[in-house]
Design a protein around this ligand. Sequence first.
Ligand SMILES: Nc1ncnc2c1ncn2[C@@H]1O[C@H](COP(=O)(O)OP(=O)(O)O)[C@@H](O)[C@H]1O
Ligand SMILES: [Mg+2]
Length: 287
Amino acid sequence: MSDQPAIVVEGLVKHFGDVHALDGIDLSVRPGTVYGLLGPNGAGKTTAVRVLTTIITPDAGRAEVLGLDVVRQARQVRANIGLAGQNAASLVHRPRVLFLDEPTTGLDPRSRNDLWDMIRELVADGTTLLLTTQYLEEADVLAERLAVIDRGLVIAEGTPGELKARLGSTVLEVGFDDDESARAAVAVIGAVAPGGDLHGRVLHITVDDGPKVAMEVLRALDQARLSVGGLALREPSLDDVFLTLTGHRAVEPSVDGLADGDGDGDGDSVAVDPGRRPTATTSGGAA
Ligand SMILES: Nc1ncnc2c1ncn2[C@@H]1O[C@H](COP(=O)(O)OP(=O)(O)O)[C@@H](O)[C@H]1O
Ligand SMILES: [Mg+2]
């Protein structure tokens, strides 16, 4: 039993009219682990959970939970699984496989931490957990492995560390005191370090040689007589990974207070291409 995956998904497809909610996804979840299904609104997370929990049937492909086919052996699957959204109270039965669909969306940080603790206890007791989330930090903290899904497709799979290592680099963040300086600095910095992403008044740039680029950026800004509000070099987050993979940010409303994704410009992502005026991207849930 221990080598056999607790959940196997192969080529799973589910369309709703023209909407390709699942467009052929593959997953394999090791027993007794937390597997994260990470993606923005509309990515197909709930559809995947609904197929795996036998609520809906797939159009194509197959899925097994504990070796049981979710279509042909739906009743036996149901006897071994639990499904919960934000109400944790439904976890008393300690099922062998538990599905949590965005359990912490809308929770305050304290309740979220309580739930994280409970999840860790359940998994320590041997439960396998498939957790969907829009919060990159949550997948990073809880999941042994995760799949990043976008528009019904798995666009990346691995451990949080592997996904972050894909960037293989450092993130340079340059902050400005006002919007005007931030916009002016984008062009100046773009000439030295292209490919930045302006996020409010903070420009994020993925760079290979952080300290060297930081020096060059400061020099260029100094020459342009633009002052810097703050500068930081940090390890890439899963949000950076998502941006690199998809070209858009996953909406992260409250975890770090940056993107709120509500389109009002007070913290929404702005994609910056060198040589082009910055344009506000639509939030990750669009399309
Ligand atoms: N019952 C349904 N009928 C029509 N469209 C649906 C239905 N369920 C989901 N969808 C669409 O499928 C896509 C994926 O939805 P969903 O799986 O709920 O995404 P997520 O849970 O990642 O936000 C979305 O475009 C959604 O509007
Ligand atoms: Mg959902």
